[in-house]
Design a protein around this ligand. Structure first.
Ligand code: 59J
Length: 575
């Protein structure tokens, strides 16, 4: 069997090769040499003789991967009104190596770009070793096309988006800004940058020497547009609040001011205005003070607007009722043998409601000294003071509460009437919102909410309601806060006049005027805090400077929000 197989294999061996006849050999050799010769000739032809033609062909069509700018999401108010939008723009750039050396052509180019020829030539000189320099960024597509139509060598374009803020200075500090590369730099533009920015796409393209598109070959990755951000802000309220704040700061020749309006039911921030401000669409020569969203990032010593908050601790203690009488005479008091507390004048016997109405420092002191050493500071903490609010706003201030090893009487007293702590306007508004909605603390929200949050109980409901009524008594004809009244609506609130500090301590003639208020009392809808920094005119009391701003802003807001007027005697009395 094995022998058979071997036999079969050997029998299939090919016949031995025949020697090549010499005629056929020479013929094939000649063919091969000829073919090689032709190829060499073609190589010489392509590399030496036709070189420039080939290079031209190669340059003329280049395969490139181009980025596709992603559209940055819009920022709108709660009703979809645009507050920050991205519009298509064209940036022109040049390859300095390819620019025409000829001054006539350069003059045409600089004229179309709106540049000075000498400056331009100097810049081209500086970039002469490089292959990229911007000619002009973020031009309108039409203006850029006029430059491209000159058809000059070395001039290229790229499509981008530019941010525009329709409300300008009215929303400047809240929105913040992006830089020329569309990166969020400040405010909400910074806080929500990655959400707004989206992801740039990529496409493979065939371009000619001038960078002009010959053919769109294929999409490698689609640009993913950024998401839209819907703010809690109501643009109508925002404009109105900004206008009133600006007018008041100008009228009183103040250093600045801030205003926060919150929805009393949801904690949403309906308006947030600051002075000074700036135009985010044209930042040339801006005052850096205008960049600060004071309402969130700056803190101040609040003074008497804290009295209702410390009073909530007194009412909850069970030791005091709204009509409990406290003797405030003789209108001054010495504590710790070194510190004198004063009232504006001697008010004698005052109820708790009366203490708020007259803003008696002595009354608050008497109450605070009856309470546990940390009762008031604990309440402040429960109301969200001395801690971050979690708005996500860059640089959000926490403010500070004192935490001494030992509480002296003067420290307990001054804390209860608003000194020795610092708060932001937003924290203050949030604390008043707790009074407005029956004692639940709502986290302030800069974004529109789809549903009202639960909130955290921070004041007993009956105490919150008592306080609301007491604060209504503060804003009545004949009180220091009467100018906060709003015709047609019942309002509640508290003034404050706070001496500003310098490195030498409390100043004699520099104040902050503050008002914190709630409206309407029948069913609270808005909470507003107004702070005017250093009014320089004759008037500087909170009741004279900040309260009228509250009156105008709250009145307009209630009408814009279609809140039905109160059927109440006091509401019908004009201030
Ligand atoms: C005040 C303070 C400073 C800090 C005093 C305002 C204190 C205090 C030490 C003198 C002006 C002034 C810790 S008064 O806000 O009491 O709003 O209509 O700045 O008291 O002890 O020339 N408010 N303001 N106090 N300090 N330290 C009153 C009151 C308030 C008014 C007016 C005028 C102060 C009736 C303030 C208002 O309720």
């Amino acid at each position: 069997m094995k022998a058979d197989v071997r036999e079969a294999v050997t029998s299939r061996r090919p016949p031995p090769m025949q020697p090549l006849g010499s005629g056929r050999y020479v013929f094939i050799l000649v063919l091969v040499v000829l073919a090689l010769g032709l190829l060499m000739g073609r190589i010489v032809d392509l590399h030496v003789i036709d070189r420039s033609f080939l290079q031209g062909q190669g340059d003329a069509r280049t395969l490139r991967v181009e980025p596709i700018s992603a559209h940055r999401g819009m920022i709108t108010d709660r009703h979809g009104e645009p507050l920050a939008i991205s519009t298509p723009v064209v940036s022109l750039w040049a390859n300095p190596q390819e620019l025409p050396p000829d001054n006539i052509q350069r003059l045409m180019l600089t004229r179309a770009l709106g540049l000075d020829l000498d400056d331009f030539n100097a810049r081209v000189e500086r970039f002469s070793e490089r292959e990229f320099m911007y000619l002009r960024r973020q031009m309108t597509p039409r203006a850029a096309q006029q430059v491209l139509d000159l058809d000059l060598p070395g001039v290229y374009s790229q499509n981008e988006y530019k941010r525009y803020y329709p409300a300008g200075e009215v929303t400047a500090q809240l929105l913040g800004v992006t830089n020329v590369d569309d990166q969020g730099q400040e405010g909400l533009e910074l806080a929500y940058h990655s959400y707004l920015a989206g992801t740039p796409g990529q496409r493979r393209v065939l371009k000619d020497r001038k960078g002009r598109l010959v053919r769109d070959l294929h999409l490698l990755r689609e640009a993913k547009p950024g998401g839209d951000l819907v703010l809690a802000i109501d643009q109508r309220l925002q404009y109105m609040a900004y206008r009133e704040l600006k007018a008041a700061v100008a009228e009183h020749d103040a250093d600045g001011g801030t205003l926060v309006m919150m929805d009393a039911r949801t904690g949403e921030v309906l308006a947030m205005a600051n002075q000074p401000s700036y135009n985010p669409n044209d930042r040339t020569g801006l005052d850096p003070r205008g960049l600060r969203n004071q309402a969130i990032v700056d803190v101040f010593e609040p003074g008497s607007v804290m009295k209702p908050l410390s009073m909530s601790a007194a009412l909850e203690s069970g030791e005091f009722e709204p009509d409990t009488v406290v003797d405030t005479s003789p209108g001054w008091m010495r504590l710790d043998n070194r510190f004198t507390i004063r009232d504006f004048r001697n008010y004698g016997d005052l109820t708790l409601a009366g203490i708020l109405e007259k803003s008696s420092n002595i009354g608050m002191t008497r109450i605070a000294l009856e309470l546990g050493a940390t009762t008031v500071v604990d309440k402040y903490q429960e109301l969200g003071l001395g801690q971050a609010l979690g708005t996500g706003f860059p640089g959000e201030a926490s403010g500070s509460l004192p935490a001494p090893v030992y509480w002296s009487d003067s420290q307990r007293a001054t804390l209860a009437y608003g000194y020795g702590l610092s708060v932001s306007a937003l924290q203050l508004a949030s604390a008043y919102t707790t009074i407005a909605n029956g004692g639940r603390r709502l986290p302030p929200s800069l974004l529109k909410l789809s549903e009202s949050p639960e909130g955290i109980p921070a004041i007993a409901p009956e105490v919150a309601n008592d306080l609301l009524r007491m604060l209504e008594q503060v804003v009545q004809p004949g009180t220091g806060a009467r100018r906060a009244m709003v015709p047609g609506y019942r309002v509640a609130g508290k003034t404050g006049t706070v001496r500003k500090t310098s490195s030498e301590g409390y100043q004699e003639d520099a104040y902050r005027s503050v008002f914190a208020g709630i409206a309407p009392v029948s069913d609270p809808r808005i909470v507003t805090v107004v702070m005017i920094d250093h009014p320089r005119g004759d008037e500087y009391y909170g009741g004279a400077v900040a309260a009228p701003v509250f009156s105008r802003v709250a009145g307009s807001a209630l009408r814009l929000l279609d809140v039905p007027p109160d059927q109440h005697e006091s509401a019908l009395t004009a201030p």
